[in-house]
Every structure is written in C-alpha cells, then in structure tokens.
Design a protein around this ligand. Sequence first.
Ligand SMILES: NC(=O)c1ccc[n+]([C@@H]2O[C@H](COP(=O)([O-])OP(=O)(O)OC[C@H]3O[C@@H](n4cnc5c(N)ncnc54)[C@H](O)[C@@H]3O)[C@@H](O)[C@H]2O)c1
Length: 271
Amino acid sequence: MPEMGLKGKVAIVTGAGSRGDGIGNGRAAAILLAREGAKVALIDATPAWAEATKAMIEKEGGASMVVSADVADQASCAAAVKSIVGAWGRVDVLVNNVGIGGPMGNAVDVDPTAWDAAMRINVTSMMLMAKYAIPEMRKQGGGAIINISSIDGLRGGNPSLFYSASKGAVVNMTRSMAAHHGPEGIRVNCIAPGYVYTPMVSVHGMEPELRDARRKNTLLQVEGTGWDIGNGVVYLASEQSRWVTGIILSIDAGSMAGTSGNVSPLKAFDH
Ligand SMILES: NC(=O)c1ccc[n+]([C@@H]2O[C@H](COP(=O)([O-])OP(=O)(O)OC[C@H]3O[C@@H](n4cnc5c(N)ncnc54)[C@H](O)[C@@H]3O)[C@@H](O)[C@H]2O)c1
C-alpha cells in the first residue's frame, strides 16, 4: 500500500490566494498539500492574497513560497517555474487551479473580445504552466498534474456559454495531456467541482435563497467547501493515485449523478 509520498516534494498551485480569510479551492489545496509535507509554491496574480495563504501554512509549520505571476502570460509562466526550480530544485506536482467566471451570456450576447481574453485565463494558462513544469518533471521521471474544471464543463445548463466551453476544454485537455505524458510517468487528472461555496462565489453577495437552492440541488444536500476540492487534489497528487491518470473526478455531492428533484438545476447557477 503506497504512502502519500508527498514529503519533500515540490508542488505548484496556481491561484493559491483567496480574498481575505476565505478558503478557495486553490488555497485549500495548497494548505492540504503542505500538511502532507510538500513544499508549495503559491502562484497568484495578486501576491497579497497568496501571502495570506503562506501565513496559514506557516502557522501549521509547513513550507511555502509566494510567486507573483499572471498565468495567462507565457513569459510570466516561464519565469515562475524558473524561480521555483531555482529555489527548490524540482517540480513534482502542478495544480492548474486558476479560473474565472468570465463574460456572461449565450453565443448571441457574449462579448467576443472578452471571450478571447478569458479563454487565455481558463484554458491557455493550463497549457502554459504545463509547458514549463513538464520538462522539470521529466528530470525525475514523473509527476502529477491536476487541472481544475467544473461540473459545468461536463454538461449544459449554465447560462454562461464561456464558462461551460472553457471548462469543457479543460476536461479534454486533461485526457490528451494524460495520453501524451503517461509513458513518461506524468499523471494528468482533472477535478470537476460542483457548486462549492468559496470566495469566488461569496464575493458577489449570493442571496441566502440561492445558496440554499444550490445545496438542496445536490444528492447529499450538503454545501461543499474548498476543502472538499483540496482533499481530491491531495489524493490525485499523492502516490495513492499512482495508477490513476486521465480521469475526471466530479466532487459535487452527487450533482452529476442526478438531481434531487427539489429545485430546477438552472437555479443553481453560480456566477
Ligand atoms: N467556487 C465554485 O463553486 C467553483 C465551482 C467549480 C469550479 N471552480 C473552479 O475552481 C477554481 C478556483 O476556484 P477558487 O475558489 O480557488 O477561486 P478564487 O477566486 O478564490 O481564487 C482564484 C485565485 O486565482 C487568482 N488568479 C486569477 N487570475 C489569475 C491569473 N491570470 N494568474 C494568476 N492568478 C490568478 C486570483 O487572484 C485568486 O487569488 C477555478 O478554476 C474555478 O473555475 C469553482
């Protein structure tokens, strides 16, 4: 039975910050990876938010460093990986967590210019980070990449065409990357979170009725948090998933399995 195998490993988490004290998916993943003994590079375009994550990790005696970078920018991704390797000598795990709600609307309403810019953040960024992290993983004969999608990448129903399309791209990018890099020992998996209550959602001041409807629309009828997603990341980063690649792990209290029938799925819209 394999150990977690994360002690001393170097993990990169993009979007590892969160507004204020909130626990986003990236922050939760970073804290939980550090708890397993990984050294965690906290990439964020707003370094102050990643500094707050670093303080939380330090409080538990973990190791981390903040790296200021815009993952939609190629030079920024290259520089970020270079500085992490300069400091810690290797890269074992990459968590491509950055993602935004992006421009609203269907094909008729959505702003095409905003669409292009947002695609760079939700999709291109994951390719760019992998472009620079994979050569480092090759040096020690393996690694693990975890791409964060959404249940909206697996089904229709979200009024935002951009969000569904970008998250769907992450799903199949994961399978293709898994096929390309499996033979070199690099596992690539995806998590499709359900509608968890994180700062990405709460910052918009969600009505209590909508929050409750989201909860009731899951089979378990329990509200999800960033920790639920972070625990999935740790599993997929660890040796315990050594025989797992190319999967899309829905962490969603059963949302992809069916609806409880209490509320319309469209009311569970999260942005
Ligand atoms: N919250 C949900 O209900 C939910 C559901 C499904 C999927 N997701 C996905 O989970 C992921 C992250 O969620 P979260 O709760 O951690 O989000 P969050 O908004 O709390 O944190 C995202 C972090 O990413 C950073 N960031 C944004 N653009 C960046 C860029 N270009 N370069 C570097 N950093 C950047 C932000 O500064 C922020 O600190 C996203 O991919 C999101 O789509 C969330």
